[in-house]
Design a protein around this ligand. Structure first.
Ligand code: GLU
Length: 315
């Protein structure tokens, strides 16, 4: 009964007996080898897609070419295969630049040649304190001609509205006033690199993604992605933000922090089933010492049901 209830909460447009089509994705940045935290997010995204009988995509978010490590593509593919997390399609953002250029041309943007220092000084001089951890761009270049001798970034002139994002998995809602809490974000950097926020919404729509399961570090950035979807007339997606994995010292695992990589486990002779059991147990799931990804489907269904606050109205 509960699982039926859950089904209709997550897939409200579904008709009895005809499961709606779900498309999910895992979107790693090939900037290094996946650590266990990345693998856990990959596992949860896969479980969500497959539990719904849906398609699952692998999308390499490789726009920031300076940070990309060419070997990381193959290592990631092999790690995922080893864990049994298969995918139906693979995409590389670096091959999709025309799409982002087209989307950018449809938005109200302006060139910005302010240096980082000028922006920081303007923030310090402005009366409003920055909201949260991230300083909000105070609009320094909004009505100022760009320096022709400097390469320009393109900033989005955000509409003066409040945008809310909803997380179906956790029952969360987050509303942000765009000008005050987000500001005119850069959609293309001055070195020509398109911003993740633009690429992610363009790609999710173009690839027919319906469900985004990803790390909860991205939750504060979700309203701006919803705002971009709205501005571009793209369909909304369902979000589910999953907890990040922390080490014993309480620090979030990071590629740069030297967290042990899945590759090391794989090449060191540990079985994939052991690693999957470790990941599942880190979520509090009661599983045997050695499991396959498919065997974790019921545990995911039970967990995602439990994580939802069923007493709260779902939006
Ligand atoms: N590329 C992002 C990351 O590796 C994930 C983006 C997303 O899932 O929307 O954290």
């Amino acid at each position: 009964m509960e699982s039926l209830r859950r089904w209709f909460l997550l897939y409200p447009e579904g008709m009895e007996g005809t499961p709606p089509v779900v498309t999910g994705r895992f979107a790693p940045s090939p900037t290094g080898a996946m650590h266990l935290g990345n693998a856990r997010t990959a596992l949860l995204a896969w479980l969500h897609s497959r539990a719904a009988g849906g398609r699952h995509l692998l999308r390499f978010e490789d726009l920031d070419t300076g940070r990309v490590r060419p070997w990381a593509y193959d290592v990631t593919r092999r790690d995922l295969e080893w864990l049994g997390l298969d995918w139906d399609e693979e995409h590389l953002q670096s091959e999709r630049l025309e799409l982002y250029a087209h989307a950018l041309s449809r938005l109200d943007t302006y060139p910005c040649t302010c240096t980082r220092r000028e922006v920081t000084e303007a923030i310090a001089a402005s009366a409003g304190a920055p909201h949260g951890d991230e300083p909000v761009y105070p609009g320094t270049c909004r009505d100022r001609p760009a320096h022709l001798d400097r390469s320009a970034a393109r900033r989005w002139r955000v509409p003066a509205v409040t945008v809310c994002a909803h997380d179906t998995l956790r029952g969360w809602t987050l509303c942000q006033v765009l000008p005050a809490e987000v500001g005119d974000i850069v959609l293309r950097r001055n070195d020509g690199v398109y911003a993740y926020h633009l690429a992610v919404v363009v790609d999710d729509a173009a690839m027919g993604v319906t469900d985004v399961i990803r790390g909860e570090d991205l939750w504060p950035a979700t309203p701006r992605q919803v705002a971009l979807q709205d501005a571009l007339g793209l369909p909304p997606v369902r979000y589910g933000h999953v907890p990040l994995l922390h080490d014993v010292a309480g620090q979030r695992l990071a590629k740069r922090g030297g967290a042990p990589s899945v590759r090391e486990w794989r090449e060191g002779g540990t079985s994939a089933g052991t690693v999957l059991a470790l990941l599942a147990r880190s979520l509090g799931w009661d599983v045997p010492d050695d499991v396959s990804a498919a065997e974790l489907l019921p545990a995911w269904q039970a967990w995602s049901l439990h994580e939802l606050d069923l007493d709260r109205p779902q939006t």
